[in-house]
Design a binder for this molecule. Structure first.
Ligand code: FAD
Ligand code: MLT
Ligand code: ZN
Length: 466
């Protein structure tokens, strides 16, 4: 640690000493060498300097840090696994003061079998939560490609979704309790795990999806799902997104054990297979649907019957076993990596009403061709949730017209500009497309009431307006 580094970045020795007294010298990181990994996001699109990275060990240290920052007007960027995709987890280009890394808050409680719930510190990774749940005979009810790094605090802050949302919902459905530190250092704690609790405002519900702008989440109470050990997984080749959309609707209605319903399309499949050096388990067509059912006893017959009823048996490959299943899932999950290796995409995470997905994809393809000729349009996503990940490779990163047109198109389809990744610093300018003046004013009033100094994650959700 070099104090001169911190002085250069704008934090006085007195401030650094105060933080050092709270978290200990080993957990106050200053100087480019130490702070660099915390300053750039996963996509490499967003980056900014900070005065220090602080790594508190517990809720009380978080509270003391925030009290100090509040008193001095220092801004704070909460950070978990830094796998967010909208730039909210790293300092702003204009210069933020403190990155508050929550990964040391990694206490994981015993699974409470009576309630089917578990307490997890904000820094517990999803993979660790899944492993603990499995040992106790449960599932976490959530899965996503960044599981080894993404933390439960980050999942809560983004209201993350992922590959199992069609069955088990987003983080909002999985979390029954939250402990958080507000901007002034005060602590709210609602960790009793009550499934129903209507005593006043749902503050945990408000913090879920607040992207670090209303409070720092220090612990969550996670609601597990019953173990579903028997799985059947199928990959279905289809001729168009239109066909995929109607097949998805039919499968959703026919399959009580449906747990995963994911779309891949031709360009993304080809890029990902090349990236993985893998061969295709079935011919590459305009669209593939990955379908998985899970239950206590084998759902294979249920899945096969549903596919046969839709006359899709000939166009389906069933995963022959655990290895085949993992390969199919890997192709779907590796789309993010494959695209990221190929360049820095314009990334959109839109939610579109089911029934209008195919027409959106058609219009979005035309939009990207018009605004960024020669770019590559790649779409995949959680079809069962109406959540599409549109990625445009090859357009200049600062081509704002592409973002504006794509998100306006989304709004014109009655969609949302963020289904699961959040607004971050990427999309504040477009929030008015999907939230009215009154709606944004109410959100700004909540922000001002809980964080009057505007120290928590400035720039996120509201842009420079808050
Ligand atoms: P970070 O990236 O560190 O932070 C994300 C946001 O949450 C920031 O605004 C940050 O300030 C805030 N934050 C973090 N921790 C806290 C806290 N304790 N208190 C308050 N605010 C906090 N997301 C999905 O929803 N579904 C997917 O399928 C999915 N797949 C992904 C696959 C890959 C390969 C990658 C790289 C990302 C994927 N993501 C997905 C995005 C990302 O993993 C999620 O948004 C995740 O919730 C971020 O968790 P994190 O701990 O990394 O948070
Ligand atoms: C996904 O579902 O693949 C993720 O949300 C990540 C992404 O959109 O790249
Ligand atoms: Zn996703």
């Amino acid at each position: 640690m070099t104090v001169s580094g911190s002085v250069l970045a704008g934090l006085s020795e007195a401030v650094i000493d105060e933080f050092t007294a709270i978290v200990g010298p080993a957990h106050v990181l200053v100087g480019e060498d130490l702070t660099a990994p915390f300053q750039t996001d996963w996509t490499r699109r967003w980056s900014g300097p900070c005065g220090a990275v602080l790594r508190p060990a517990d809720r009380d240290q978080v509270s003391r840090i925030l009290r100090a920052c509040h008193a001095r007007g220092l801004s704070v960027v909460p950070q978990g696994g830094n796998t967010g995709l909208v730039g909210g987890s790293v300092p702003r280009a204009g210069g933020s003061d403190i990155v508050l890394s929550l990964t040391r808050l990694d206490h994981l409680g015993e699974v409470d079998r009576t309630a089917g719930q578990v307490d997890a510190g904000a820094g517990v990774t999803l993979a660790r939560l899944q492993a603990a749940a499995a040992i106790a005979g449960y599932g976490a009810g959530m899965d996503l490609g960044a599981r080894d790094s993404a933390t439960v605090g980050g999942l809560a802050a983004c209201n993350a979704g992922g590959l199992r949302t069609v069955r088990d919902g987003t983080a909002r459905q999985r979390i029954t309790g939250i402990e958080a530190v507000l901007a002034d250092g005060s602590v709210i704690r609602r960790m009793s795990g009550l499934v129903k609790d209507t005593a006043g405002y749902d503050l945990p519900g408000l913090l879920i999806g607040s992207e670090g702008t209303l409070g720092v989440i220090t612990e969550v109470r996670w609601r597990l799902v019953p173990e579903r050990p028997a799985r059947a997984t199928a990959l279905v080749r289809l001729d168009s997104v239109t066909e995929a959309e109607s097949v998805a609707a039919a499968l959703r209605d026919a399959l009580p054990s449906l747990e995963l319903l994911e779309l891949m399309t031709e360009a993304g499949i080809a890029l990902t297979l090349e990236h993985l050096g893998a061969s295709a388990p079935l011919p590459v067509t305009a669209a593939w649907l990955l379908v998985e059912c899970a239950a206590r006893t084998s759902p294979a017959d249920e899945l096969i019957d549903a596919l046969e009823a839709l006359d899709l048996a000939e166009r389906t490959v069933m995963a022959p076993g655990a290895t085949g299943r993992r390969q199919m899932l890997r192709i779907r999950e590796s789309h993010t990596d494959a695209v990221s290796r190929a360049g820095t995409p314009h990334k959109f995470d839109v939610g579109i009403p089911i029934g209008r997905l195919a027409s959106f994809v058609e219009a979005a393809t035309a939009t990207s061709r018009r605004i960024a000729p020669g770019s590559q349009f790649i779409v995949w996503g959680h079809l069962g949730d109406g959540n599409l990940h549109v990625n445009v490779l090859g357009a200049p990163p600062d081509e704002e017209r592409l973002d504006a047109a794509m998100l306006a198109l989304t709004a014109a389809h009655d969609g949302t500009i963020s289904a699961e990744h959040g607004i971050g610093v990427h999309k504040p300018a477009y929030l008015s497309l999907v939230r009215s003046d009154a709606d944004r004013a109410a959100m700004a009033a909540i922000k001002a009431a809980l964080d009057p100094g505007g120290i928590l994650n400035p720039g996120v959700i509201f842009g420079t307006a808050a």
